[in-house]
Design a protein around this ligand. Structure first.
Ligand SMILES: Nc1nc2c(ncn2[C@@H]2O[C@H](COP(=O)(O)OP(=O)(O)OP(=O)(O)O)[C@@H](O)[C@H]2O)c(=O)[nH]1
Ligand SMILES: [Mg+2]
Length: 425
């Protein structure tokens, strides 16, 4: 166990009315007493002079019922730079050291206050930009995802115990129903895992945000459309076809989901090497986007390109007349006509790409990899010829599941996982 007592400013950087200093570790009581004399009663806000540094509200949070599980304290100070440096110097003089990013949460995990999915949710909640992301992180923080995986682990553990009994007492004939029952349960678990894995990456998409690429022929008004949707001047608009070369990005919120809109070069065959590179990039962005907004000119006769994935067709420049196909949305980036309808359609699309009903969705590639491994081991267990081999597959499946919640073998990933956190969390 880490014996250091750590501290960090948990509130945002810079000058503010109040700043929160956090302290945690075996020595927290002595350090706090050194700062403010008498340690206040637990979990009560008390006003204290911190030597000559500041007058602050102080909360003493003894372990194991604290966030980290260790003896901890929080101090609400005046948020000036000199106050915080003065306090940091005093804390170092008393034997504490500045915390690493995520170190409080890492200790909370190591002390069994939360599992890894909950620790990841703390990070996601802090990073959440939109309502839908916040809800997903909060649900995960509440243990929904961890409980799902632990439920599967518990069921696997029962099956493993039955297999082990079969290995240890091979002569005691188990009734054939037991064997059949094991296979039924294995099949059920595998079906549930497969359904969870085949979720179209909803949870991961919401966590990471979506990418919608605006694509189409030159001059149809793609750049005008991104400017209209983002309500700011993202891209250069001009009557010269082939204006946009680089892919330009801007973040918007649609249906509670963060969406990166990408404006791309107009698609056409060209001799110009720079424009050709733009076209190549445009095609690449459209191919990897979660959704393509395929723009065509309502007054032109040329049919718009078709895209294999999710696609919304938009016929622009309806202020000039022309016609709008039955599966396209008619808009004018110039007058704003039809844009509200387009926005609503895009919001619906963003929601339906990320919304999930039923069990909580998978939110991280790390979970996905471990679940794929667990699912493959289950498949192995179902076809294993010998009880010993079947038991080994079940053990490996359990291990893979355990890595998600951090129940087993995660030492190697903790550094990378917590390094993404803020200092003070
Ligand atoms: N009348 C009318 N003109 C438009 C509309 N949208 C764009 N334009 C004009 O069409 C021309 C091309 O617009 P852009 O937005 O630069 O088109 P683009 O698709 O980004 O073109 P490239 O970057 O060259 O592929 C400009 O002169 C715009 O002012 C519209 O809804 N109505
Ligand atoms: Mg353009």
């Amino acid at each position: 166990m880490d014996a250091d007592t750590i501290f960090a400013v948990a509130s945002g950087a810079g000058h503010a009315a109040i700043a929160v200093m956090r302290l945690s570790g075996a020595d927290a009581r002595r350090v706090l007493a050194g700062l403010c004399g008498r340690v206040p009663p637990p979990r009560r806000v008390s006003l204290r002079w911190l030597g000559e540094i500041d007058q602050a509200m102080v909360v003493w949070l003894p372990g194991p019922g604290s966030y980290t599980g260790e003896d901890s304290a929080e101090l609400y100070l005046h948020g000036g730079r000199a106050v915080l440096t003065g306090l940091a110097d005093a804390l170092v003089a008393l034997g504490a050291r500045p915390a690493e990013p995520g170190e409080f949460t890492r200790r909370a995990f190591l002390n069994g206050r939360m599992d890894l999915t909950e620790a990841e949710a703390v990070h996601d909640l802090i990073a959440a930009e939109t309502e839908a992301q916040r809800r997903q992180a909060l649900r995960q923080l509440d243990g929904a995802l961890g409980n799902l995986y632990r439920g599967w682990s518990d069921r696997l553990r029962l099956l493993l115990a039955e297999q082990e009994a079969l290995i240890d007492f091979p002569d005691e004939d188990l009734p054939p129903e037991v064997e059949a029952q094991v296979d039924v349960e294995l099949a059920a678990l595998q079906t549930e895992m497969t359904a969870h894995l085949n979720d179209d990456r909803r949870g991961e998409r919401l966590r990471e945000g979506l990418v919608f690429a605006i694509s189409g022929a030159p001059n149809v008004g793609k750049s005008s459309l991104i400017n209209a949707l983002a309500e700011r001047d993202v891209a250069i608009v001009s009557a010269t076809p082939g204006t946009t070369r680089d892919a330009l990005e801007t973040r918007v919120v649609l249906g509670g989901v963060p969406v990166t809109l990408v404006d791309t070069a107009g698609l056409r065959a060209t001799q110009d090497a720079i424009e050709a590179e733009g076209v190549r990039r445009a095609e690449a962005r459209a191919a990897t986007a979660d959704m393509v907004i395929a723009v065509e000119d309502a007054t032109a006769t040329a049919a718009a390109a078709t895209y294999p994935g999710n696609c919304i067709r938009v016929a622009n420049k309806i202020d000039l007349g022309g016609c709008v196909g039955h599966d396209a949305i008619g808009v004018s980036a110039l007058t704003g006509e039809g844009l509200a309808i387009l926005r609503a359609r895009l919001a619906d699309a963003a929601r339906s790409l990320t919304e999930s009903s039923g069990p909580p969705p998978l939110t991280q590639a790390r979970h996905r990899a471990a679940l794929q491994e667990a699912s493959a081991r289950l498949a192995g267990a179902r076809t294993a010829e010998l009880p010993e081999l079947r038991a080994e597959d079940l053990r490996l499946a359990l291990r893979a599941l355990g890595r998600i919640t951090g129940a087993v073998g995660v030492e190697d990933i903790l550094d990378t996982l917590f390094a993404r956190f803020c200092i003070g969390k």
